[in-house]
Structure formats: structure tokens, C-alpha cells
Design a protein around this ligand. Structure first.
Ligand code: MGD
Ligand code: MGD
Ligand code: SF4
Ligand code: MO
Length: 688
């Protein structure tokens, strides 16, 4: 046999399935199951199964590109690095912003964080978690002292009741969906709340359909019913929480009676009563949520409401329960852990705390200091500042992100990036964003790297190199280290291997202190926090106390419902909500270059309720106009009874019918997340 297998971790979602890459003649040619991972036990979803298909795609970037007279010209690495370093030196630190990537390793995120704060001395470093679970990180840290998913994937089958709200688990986290099925086979009841009856919803014992943006009202109503019926966990509330009276005063208001919440949300009052009983009387209840909760101007309040419900029913710190925020990208948990956020160093050590600032300054040893201990601009703010405050930011270094498809209000993003005097994009393909760059640097992909990535349940797993990068492409961390060396910081970036980088991370990051590659090499790897070399890791958080909170107590609070920033009116009578589907990944740069995934779904669509379609004379498959205050696209209609009347849904993967031409960049004031899940829009037949 001239095949060999290399075990690594899936490059798509935060479930973190292990798989074997099949290597023939030094090239990755397929995937095969790896059975010993407890996460997925050899099973994969279609994206994992075909993860090899983009690796050797003919579009892979193989040489640095420099734009001359509006056209890209191939360049040597020497020339490209010299130019990038010279340009970076020509700006003040505060004029440069960096974006890191949830699709690269922990090591590479750490190197980017050190590159930005240490070599460039800019405080503006962020990444796509801002568009994703920033509301979770901010919300859960405030109430529990830690912003991460509280329980583990293996714990889900033990739940007696599962409440999924704002997560299409079966399409977006399929191998977590499998655990939900196992829970059901063990007798658990499943409640599903979503504006669309997705394939996840079709498995539910109780499905509640509602209008996007009414989550707090729904959650408050459930809590009101639980308190009214005496189903709250008094012991847990008394011993482990503060703020109960404040919470009670809010949720007991008339606004949140089932009948009134039926008016706000569209969920029949009886269903709300039934859901409250199922949750309130279950021995254990796990909540699973994702973007339906976080991507709102009230994202943080939505998350805190979920926390309120789980504290009220005592569903924390025990098996089969928890607040399970399903993290999205394969390494978004890790990119956050590595401090690629505007306000923290690794392990959520705050930049505004003097001790943390000094710790990193001393450990790194830059002779000319590091970025000030101040909070920089978030991804979403960067785009606004570029347009609103010309000259304040002049240069961006983007590694492994594609804001020209992913960010809200694309016309605005396009204008913003046009203002840059210098844009470097480091990617594996010439994406829509890369096309706007002055210099494009070709990076290695997941199959070409050693390292680690951290899945949604805080499990730190190994990535293993299966082939050499194509052409002259290089590992992300090596590119950054070479640029840093050209800036005069060779010593601070002088690692030989990814393992050397990991050892520096472990030294500086309390949650990772006890980890080494040797310990991570087993199939089950380790969950952080893992404070020392004897620690077995921590699959379930908050078992005894909410560490990091005053007196170790969870913080309940009263939260009032507020409508989205933009609600339907005569001109834009539909609620537009956006999201994903099983076969494609975000901006499509990898999934649309996978033959099998592309064949499944070659282009985008807008889901329209069948009664709305009939009224407007729109047929299934017909190309129609979808428009909002930001712009207009042409897109095929997918007519279905499964979406709420008055709501339309567009997946955002497709450049040719780009959902983000329409979305609103209104932001949550705390997490700065945009409201991707609700804006006002309209649809019409072409020519109408
Ligand atoms: N196949 C595939 N899987 C993925 C991804 C992908 O691109 N493709 N991306 C990954 C990433 S980064 C992420 S963050 C996750 C996201 O995973 P999910 O959050 O599961 O995905 P979404 O489709 O964004 O949104 C989930 C659901 O929210 C519902 N929703 C819309 N408006 C509201 C609302 O106001 N309230 C509530 N409660 N629900 C609402 C939508 O109808 C949708 O079914 O998926 C990850 N997995
Ligand atoms: N309308 C709407 N918009 C959304 C959302 C929504 O629900 N609705 N969801 C938001 C969410 S949750 C997220 S997470 C974002 C995602 O937004 P992005 O992170 O911008 O999306 P990706 O397509 O995953 O982009 C990652 C980029 O990394 C590149 N890449 C892949 N592997 C590597 C590598 O090894 N090295 C390097 N250097 N590059 C690599 C890919 O080619 C791609 O260009 O989108 C957000 N946008
Ligand atoms: S569930 Fe997620 S991690 Fe697992 S194979 Fe599918 S995309 Fe990859
Ligand atoms: Mo995400």
C-alpha cells in the first residue's frame, strides 16, 4: 500500500471532529474515519468528509502577489516581506489594525497577537468572534466569570430535556446534533425555538416558531411561568446566585404573560406554558444556543437571559445541563483564548489591568515596549472608523478572514477598505477581500500544519501536517515571524517549531499551564482549565462555585425586552434573517471549491413563506429581487411552509447573491456584534 494516514482535526466547525487525511505520493487525496476520538467516534458530516477537496485546488495561492498599476504581479518572498515591513514602519502604531483568524491554529493566533501588540505596537487586534460569539464571551464572563461553553459534548446525551434556541444544530454542528439524537433515544424531550422549522426542529417534541428578535420576551415568559408554578431551584438560587429579586421583579411583569408574549413573538400562549413545564420539571435541562441568540443589538442581554433561566432552574455545574454556547469556526475558541480580541491577552487577561500588561511586556522583552494597555477597535468599529474618521486608520493586516462577504452592509465595507493606504491579506485563496489588497501573502492550509486548535467544549486538540504547502506558500506563523524579523524583532519570534510556540503559550496562559504536546497527543486530548501537569482537565465548569465572581456566585439580573434596531414598515414589510446551511461554509472560499459540496448546492436562495409567495405571485425557483435600505440583490426564491410568515431567510455564503449587501450594521453596545439576525427588507418579482 502506498497510502498513509495522518490524524488531524476538521478545518470547519467548532465541534472539532478528528479525521484521517489519506496521503499518496506526498499529497492529500482523501479522508477516512479516525474512530478513537470521543467527540465524533469516526463519524463525519459532509464538510468533514470532503475536507480534502480544497487542499490541492488549482486556485491555491502559491506565490506572493504585489499590486502594480492595479494588477497583481508575482513576487519573491524577499521582495514581498521587505515591502510589507517598510510600509508597516511608515505608519504610526495606532494607524494599523490587524485581523486574526479562527481558521488557523492556536500557535498562529498567538503569533498574530504578539505580532500586533509587540512588533507593530497597535492595540487594534480582533477577529471574527466579534461577528459570532462576542455576546457570549462578554455575557457569560459577566454572570459566570468565564465566557465559555459550560458543559461538554459527551455530556449532552445525559440531559433529560434539551432546549435549543437560535441554533440549527443538525446543519451547523452535525456531530453535536448526533448527541442530541442520542439524548432523545435515552428519553430526553427536545424543545426547539426558531423562526424556521429547520431539520433540527423537525426532531423536536415541541417546536415554537417566532419572529426574529423576540428572544428576551420568550425567555422572560418561561421564567415567569416557572416561578409562578414553584418549579425554580430554590436551593441553587440561595446558595449559588445573587440578584434573584431583581430578576423576579422583571419577569413577573405583565408584559411577559404567555398571552402578551404571544403578541410579541407569535408563539401560542399554550406552547409557552408547555415549554415552561417541560424545562421547569425536568431533572436536568441543557440549553444549546448559537447565532440566533448572539447576533442582535441585544446579543449580550439574550445571553444573560439564557444564563438567568439556567440559574433559576439550577441547571449549571452538573451533568446533562449547562449553557452550551456552540462555538462556530474550528478554532474560534482558541483564537479568543489566544487574546486575538481587542480587550485581552491570552486566557482573558485584561489589557487594562496593569499586572497583565506588565506580565506580557516582561515576558516578551521588546526593547521599545508594546502596545498601550488600552482597548482597541473591534472589527465592526474598524470599518466604521475608516469611513467616518478618514486618516485615523491607514493600514490593515488581515490573516484568514474575508470581510468583503462576511461583514454586515458590504457596500459600507467596500468603501471602508478603499480608504486604506495599505492592505495586506494573508490567505490560501484570492478571495474578494484579497483582491482589494496591495500585497497578498500565500499561506499554508490546515493539512499542511502542525499545531493545536480548541473546540467549542474547550478541548485542545492536535493538528498534524499531512503534506507540504503548494508552491511557495508558507505557514501563517512563519510568515508573521519573517515580517517581524524584517521589522527588527528576530529574537522575539525565533521559534523553531509550532511546539515551541505552544510552550510559550502554556507558560503565559493559566488555563493552558498544564498542557504539553505530549499530553495532547492522545485522542481525547485535554479540556481547559488545565492549571498544572497533574490536572486531568475540566470538562464541566462551575461544579462547586462560579470562580472569578464575587463570593463565587452567579449573577442573575432583570432584563427587559427590546425590539431590533430596524423593524418592518410599509416600505420594508419583511423581517430578513440570515445564516447558514449544511453544505457551505461562510464566504464559500473553501466549501465552494469542494467539488462534492458545490454540486450539492451551487448557488444561494431566499426562503419565502408559501403564503407570502402566493400573495406576491412568486414561484419556487424564480429569480426575484430582495432589497433593504442598504442595497439590492437578485436571488432564486425557495418557497417553503417552514419559515414564519413575514420572515425571509438568506444564507450568506454566496458572493453572487450576497446576503450582507442587505444586512444592518447596528451593533450591540457591549459586544459590538452586528444585528445579522433581524433587519427590515422587501422582495418583489423582477421588473415589478
Ligand atoms: N454548514 C455550516 N456549519 C457551520 C457554519 C457554516 O458556515 N456552515 N458556520 C459555523 C459558525 S462560525 C457558526 S457561528 C455556527 C452558527 O450556527 P447556527 O447559529 O446554528 O447557524 P445560523 O444559521 O447562523 O443561525 C441559527 C438559527 O438562528 C435562527 N434565527 C434567526 N433569527 C433568530 C432570532 O431572532 N432568534 C433566535 N433564537 N433564532 C433566530 C435561524 O433561523 C437559524 O436556524 O455554525 C458553524 N457551523
Ligand atoms: N449575514 C451574515 N453574515 C455573517 C454571519 C451570519 O450569520 N449572517 N455570521 C458571521 C459569523 S458567525 C462568522 S464566524 C463570520 C465568518 O467570517 P470569515 O471568518 O471572514 O469567513 P470565512 O469564509 O471562514 O473566512 C476565512 C478566510 O480564511 C481563509 N483561510 C482558510 N484557511 C486558512 C489558513 O489556514 N490560513 C489562512 N491565512 N487563511 C485561511 C479562507 O480562504 C477565508 O478567506 O461571518 C459572519 N457573517
Ligand atoms: S461536525 Fe463540524 S467538525 Fe465535525 S465533520 Fe462536520 S464540520 Fe467537521
Ligand atoms: Mo461564527
Amino acid at each position: 500500500m502506498d497510502f498513509s494516514y495522518v490524524t488531524t482535526t476538521c478545518p470547519y466547525c467548532g465541534t472539532g471532529c478528528s479525521l484521517n487525511l489519506v496521503v499518496k505520493d506526498g499529497k492529500v487525496v482523501g479522508t477516512k474515519p479516525f474512530h478513537r476520538s470521543p467527540v465524533n467516534e469516526g463519524k463525519l458530516c459532509p464538510k468533514g468528509n470532503f475536507a480534502h477537496e480544497f487542499v490541492n485546488h488549482e486556485d491555491r495561492l502559491t506565490k506572493p502577489l504585489i499590486k502594480k498599476d492595479g494588477k497583481f504581479v508575482e513576487a519573491s518572498w524577499d521582495e514581498a516581506i521587505k515591502l510589507v515591513a517598510e510600509k508597516l514602519k511608515s505608519f504610526k502604531p495606532s494607524e494599523i489594525a490587524c485581523l486574526s483568524s479562527a481558521r488557523v491554529s492556536n500557535e498562529e493566533n498567538y503569533v498574530m497577537m504578539k505580532f500586533a501588540r509587540g512588533a507593530l505596537k497597535t492595540k487594534h487586534i480582533d477577529h471574527c468572534a466579534r461577528l459570532c460569539h462576542s455576546s457570549t464571551v462578554a455575557g457569560l464572563a459577566t454572570i459566570f466569570g468565564s465566557g465559555a461553553m459550560t458543559n461538554s459534548i459527551l455530556d449532552i446525551p445525559e440531559a433529560k430535556c434539551i432546549f435549543i434556541i437560535g441554533s440549527n444544530t443538525f446543519e451547523q454542528h452535525p456531530l453535536i446534533g448526533r448527541r442530541v439524537v442520542q439524548a432523545k433515544l435515552n428519553g430526553a424531550k427536545l424543545i426547539y425555538a426558531d423562526p424556521r422549522l429547520t431539520i433540527t426542529g423537525k426532531q423536536a417534541d415541541l417546536y415554537m416558531q417566532f419572529t426574529s428578535g423576540s428572544d428576551v420576551a420568550i425567555l422572560n415568559c418561561l421564567m415567569q411561568q416557572i416561578i409562578t408554578n414553584g418549579w425554580e431551584d430554590k436551593e441553587f438560587i440561595n446558595n449559588r446566585c445573587t440578584g434573584y429579586e431583581e430578576l423576579k421583579a422583571e419577569v413577573m411583569k405583565d408584559t411577559y404573560t404567555p398571552e402578551n408574549v404571544e403578541q410579541i413573538s407569535g408563539i401560542p400562549a399554550d406552547q409557552l406554558r408547555q415549554a415552561a413545564e417541560m424545562i421547569g420539571t425536568a431533572e436536568s435541562c441543557a440549553i444549546l444556543y448559537s447565532m440566533g441568540i448572539t447576533q442582535h443589538i441585544v446579543g449580550v442581554e439574550n445571553v444573560r437571559s439564557i444564563g438567568n433561566l439556567q440559574m433559576l432552574t439550577g441547571n449549571l455545574g452538573k451533568r446533562g445541563a449547562g449553557v452550551n454556547a456552540l462555538r462556530g469556526q474550528c478554532n474560534v475558541q482558541g483564537a479568543c483564548d489566544m487574546g486575538c480580541l481587542t480587550n485581552v491577552y491570552t486566557g482573558y487577561q485584561k489589557v487594562i489591568e496593569e499586572a497583565a500588561q506588565k506580565k506580557f511586556e516582561d515576558a516578551w522583552g521588546f526593547p521599545d515596549g508594546i502596545a498601550p494597555g488600552e482597548i482597541g477597535y473591534a472589527v465592526t468599529e474598524i470599518m466604521n472608523v475608516l469611513v467616518d474618521n478618514p486618516g485615523e486608520l491607514k493600514c490593515m493586516y488581515i490573516m484568514g478572514e474575508n470581510p468583503m462577504i462576511a461583514d454586515p452592509d458590504i457596500t459600507h465595507v467596500d468603501h471602508a477598505l478603499d480608504k486604506l493606504e495599505f492592505l495586506v491579506v494573508q490567505d490560501i485563496f484570492l478571495t474578494e477581500t484579497a483582491q482589494k489588497a496591495h500585497v497578498v501573502l500565500p499561506a499554508a492550509c490546515f493539512a499542511e500544519r502542525d499545531g493545536t486548535q480548541t473546540n467549542t467544549e474547550r478541548r485542545v486538540q492536535r493538528l498534524r501536517k499531512a503534506q507540504d504547502p503548494p508552491g511557495e506558500a508558507k505557514l501563517d506563523w512563519k510568515i508573521l515571524s519573517e515580517v517581524a524579523a524584517a521589522l527588527g524583532y528576530e529574537k522575539q519570534f525565533a521559534w523553531e517549531t509550532a511546539e515551541d510556540v505552544f510552550n510559550e503559550i502554556a507558560l503565559l496562559t493559566p488555563q493552558y499551564h498544564g498542557m504539553t504536546y505530549e499530553r495532547l497527543n492522545k485522542p481525547e486530548a485535554l479540556h481547559w482549565p488545565c492549571p498544572d501537569e497533574n490536572s486531568p482537565g475540566t470538562p464541566i465548569l462551575h461544579t462547586q462555585a462560579f470562580n472569578g465572581m464575587p463570593e463565587g456566585k452567579g449573577l442573575m439580573s432583570g432584563i427587559a425586552w427590546k425590539p431590533p434596531a430596524e423593524v418592518p414598515d410599509e416600505e420594508y414589510p419583511f423581517v430578513l434573517t440570515t445564516g447558514r446551511m449544511l453544505f457551505h461554509w461562510h464566504t464559500g472560499s473553501t466549501s465552494r471549491r469542494s467539488k462534492r459540496l458545490h454540486e450539492e448546492v451551487p448557488t444561494g436562495y431566499v426562503e419565502v413563506n408559501d403564503e407570502d409567495a402566493a400573495r406576491l405571485g412568486i414561484k419556487n425557483g424564480e429569480i426575484i429581487r430582495a432589497f433593504s435600505r442598504r442595497g439590492e440583490i437578485e436571488v432564486p426564491a425557495r418557497v417553503t411552509p417552514d419559515i414564519k410568515k413575514g420572515t425571509i431567510f438568506i444564507p450568506f455564503h454566496f458572493a453572487e447573491c450576497c446576503a450582507n449587501v442587505l444586512t444592518n450594521n447596528a451593533l450591540d453596545p457591549t459586544s459590538k456584534i452586528p444585528e445579522y439576525k433581524a433587519c427590515a427588507a422587501n422582495i418583489a418579482k423582477l421588473g415589478a
